[in-house]
Design a binder for this molecule. Sequence first.
Ligand code: C2O
Ligand code: CU
Length: 514
Amino acid sequence: GGGTLAAVLAGREESGDLLSSRARLPRPFTTALPVPAVARPVSRAGGVDRYEIVQRAADVEILPGLRTQVWGYDGQFPGPTIVGRSGRGTLVTVRNELPVPTSTHLHGGVTPPGSDGYPTDIVVPDGWRQDTHGRSSGSGHGGHGGHGGHGGMKMSADAWTVSEQAKEYDYPLDQQAATLWYHDHRMDFSAPQVWRGLAGFFLVRDDEEQNLPLPEGDRDIPLMICDRAFEEDGSFRYPSLDPSLKGRPGVEEPYMGGVMGDVTLVNGAPWPELEVDAVRYRFRVLNASNARRYRLKLEPGGPLTQVGSDSGLLAGPADLQAVTLAPAERAEIVIDFSRWKPGTAVTLVNTLGKGGMRDVIRFRVARRARDSSHVPARLADIRPLARTDVAATRWFDFRLTSAGGGAKVWTINGYPFSVDRYLASPRLGSVERWRLTSDVHHPVHLHLAHFQVEARNGRPPAAHERGWKDTVDVRPYETVDVLARFHGYRGRYMFHCHNLEHEDMAMMANFRVV
Ligand code: C2O
Ligand code: CU
């Protein structure tokens, strides 16, 4: 797991024990990078793009010669990339043919509450009976691997909104161009269900972005980075916890830091290689890991030019030696491969990863080619939020707390998640300062609201953190002030730690836009 409790609290979760894998692993850089297929709408009538996606199990080859069963959108991992247009409605019908309930969240989406993928707003497969624990009715599938920090608590039947077999999600996309993603958000089971493959890209495009001379077409490539572990037969390995052991000391403790694997996947392929022309490329990098953080760097060196963050382009490019991504964060980076001679291998490494987890992806510079792209000094119009915009300041502390009987739980302001507790009620259209503090690394994500980082420990953020974001890495004992805009819709939304095991272990809370 991601280290013992003691190691996590000592800030050493990075070096925690990995899930050991007995599967035969490929040598790095021997698999070609796959690029997820772009989803085709079933209709574009009436100014709306309609998609139909089926969640199903499928056997795919991730490790050479072995079959891995994934739970994927359209049976694919990553799921198909949906390309939406700012201001144009997109309706996605998700049909659930998996053996478990699901809830689909568009991460970074400005989405009406009924389509936001609330954890108890679930789509159940044919024949599923939902009890008030949200657990399986004896099918034997439901309990697979959930950490269920909350699941042991009985929830009243009306806490659940249950759609039979399918649900239509409404994404109006009243938001600027950005690299979003969609993933599972089922109560208590987000971590194991995303681990099994329920994640995909959702790109929002707009005119401002498409008129920029950034690399485009097949030189604009999404990279979903995540770690996984495998059993000897090729199946995903995830700590499967027997619910009857819940609450016994030591059972969950090894995973307090979250679950980390020992294989790095990019777009679902282990340590892949991509042949590139000696020109500029735009990469939309997403950390889709449950718990692992990355500090990405090029070897043998050279700048990564960051042009976008979670929820949109930056005001201007930032030349960086390294890009750090906590779970769910995105960075759009441009790499100019013309600085290397054809034949050069350029490796993206994770300097936080030990051993084999240092390698991520290798680019093989193949040939010179024409390139009309460049990175302009001005990218997007971003109005910096100021202290004079702030209607309220709220404080949220992300911390391991002893709840009653001495068991440690991940909490926000001392509260584990409850469907009917609200920790904030911001007004529609207002800007609030949320002051986030933590004991260990917690990547904090707000649904609906995009925010700007105002300060880290009182200091202004670096250039690459000045754009619009929806997830911010709060580091051990740090105070991060974000200025969040609660725009779009009234209703119930949530914020939570995006370490998915922390999330499943109840580090979530509601806010209500009023
Ligand atoms: Cu990407 Cu509430 O999550
Ligand atoms: Cu956390």
